[in-house]
Design a protein around this ligand. Sequence first.
Ligand code: ZN
Length: 101
Amino acid sequence: MKLKKGDLVKVILGKDKGKQAKIEKILPKNGKVLVTGVNQYKRHLKARAQGQSSEIVTITKPLSSQNVALICPHCKVQTRIGFKIEKNDKIRVCRKCDKKI
Ligand SMILES: [Zn+2]
């Protein structure tokens, strides 16, 4: 998984295509990411007990990491992530401006 929590991404596929938001959570096991305010669905919760009112809740579903592209914090454009080894550390770099992400 190349993406990290807190990364600013742009949705490139799906119903929220074009939206930009931050990654809230990474789900590496299934290659998905949870992006704030993206891929939201409304779910109607029926009252389970008498006297309880039913309500509509908004849930955010994770989406495939393939459906989002990173926005470079330096050059502010949609980019791809590259890797470099610096002082024995693997660092992420922007393929466009070559700066560390
Ligand atoms: Zn860049």
